[in-house]
Design a binder for this molecule. Structure first.
Ligand code: ADP
Ligand code: MG
Length: 358
């Protein structure tokens, strides 16, 4: 197991980067705690694989250092870092049986035959392929190959860290859930440091202790699912996490009063001299539809999604989403909204601004 330190790390695929825009990974300083399960979450192209490959040693960063437990491994190979990595596109030996594919990393390390037999059986069960262990990989379906690849990543107990790069993309949702549960139990059992890359918030939030949210080559927030929900540090986090995501509303803010198109919105905190693009961030869960109180909205439609209702509305020409409890009846007279002042975040140039107690 290892604590992983990213020290002044950055990467450009361009050998002569001219500006920050040339960096696929912008400068990053962070310590990833030993034995924690992290999810690396962000949209396609934001730099997740770049960061993962730098941690595993497949890619040499153009700037900075990586330390495992305070030992500089920046120049060390993947093998020397003692890492298991599972890729989005499964690497499976077609001519070998499933059993031999799973046994491969253990044989490579010279494990005993009896240990290999027992461990492969165990992993075969975890990925739900006990019945197929003696089949050749050739001819198996794409999702079976992805499971084999995942199993091979999990087979060694003695790794420093386990890295997964979108490992379950072609697997159906139910099996996905099951495999993720297996990964979590493996994590509890062995306490490996795990990093799981995904663009799917549900996967990230259900798998990880800490979610690392990336946007445009930057880590914009590292936090527990609750922290990402309550206090998004960046408007992207608010928008990307939650369904629907946080409402972002242009405003002026002076002390503990925000003004949206001339209408006042009370805030729980007080802010002084904000410069730049000022916005309010409020999650749909903390917006209430009312009659006669608050800001005027035009309700466009109401979606009943079982546990609650999502109201899609328009606020001064911009979209706003409101979540109401399942039992709430929504009448045509409800044409205003109020926000829970405690839950209104203020953003300046997309970054969260903390105010003073009002
Ligand atoms: P993600 O895994 O989040 O989808 P990547 O880390 O693969 O993102 O890519 C981040 C950025 O770096 C993208 O703009 C991508 O086009 C670019 N990129 C990735 N790999 C290479 C490469 N080998 N050479 C040049 N550019 C690359
Ligand atoms: Mg990727």
């Amino acid at each position: 197991m290892a604590k992983i330190t990213l020290d002044n790390l950055a990467h450009s695929y361009n050998p002569n980067p001219a500006s920050e825009a040339d960096f696929a990974l912008k400068e990053l300083n962070h310590v990833w705690a030993d034995g924690e399960a992290y999810a690396l979450l962000g949209s396609s192209g934001c730099g997740k694989s770049t960061l993962l490959n730098i941690i595993s040693g497949l890619l040499m960063p153009s700037q900075g250092r990586i330390l495992f437990d305070d030992v500089d491994v920046t120049q060390a190979s993947t093998a020397d870092r003692n890492i298991a990595q599972v890729f989005q596109f499964p690497v499976v030996y077609d001519t070998m049986t499933v059993r031999d594919n799973l046994a491969f990393p253990l044989k490579n390390r010279g494990a005993s035959a009896s240990y290999i037999a027992q461990r492969v059986q165990q992993i075969g069960a975890m990925i739900g392929m006990e019945a197929e262990l003696d089949m050749r990989a050739r001819g198996l379906t794409a999702d079976a190959k992805q499971k084999i690849s995942l199993g091979r990543g999990m087979v060694r107990e003695d790794v420093n860290a386990l890295l997964f790069d979108e490992p379950l993309t072609v697997i159906d949702p139910h099996m996905k859930w099951e495999l993720r549960t297996q990964l979590k139990s493996l994590h509890h059992e062995f306490g490996h440091t795990m990093i799981y890359v995904t663009h799917d918030q549900t996967e990230a939030l259900t798998f990880a202790d800490k979610v690392v949210v990336m946007y445009d080559g930057r880590v914009v927030q590292i936090g527990t699912p609750e922290e990402l929900f309550e206090k998004p540090q960046h408007t992207f986090v608010g928008y990307f996490i939650g369904s629907p995501g946080m409402n972002v509303i242009p405003a002026k803010v002076e002390q503990n009063i925000a003004t949206v198109h001339g209408a006042s919105v009370p805030l729980a905190q007080s802010y002084d001299g904000l410069n730049g693009k000022v916005e309010l961030g409020v999650r749909p869960e903390f917006v209430s539809l009312t009659e006669g109180e608050g800001l005027p909205v035009k309700v466009r439609r109401v979606e009943d999604v079982g546990r609650h209702k999502i109201v899609r509305a328009e606020l001064f020409g911009n979209d706003i989403n409101i979540v109401e409890a399942e039992g709430t009846s929504i009448s045509p007279d409800m044409n205003r909204v109020t926000f829970d002042p405690q839950k209104v975040n203020v953003y300046v140039n997309d970054w969260l601004k903390e105010g003073e107690a009002a």
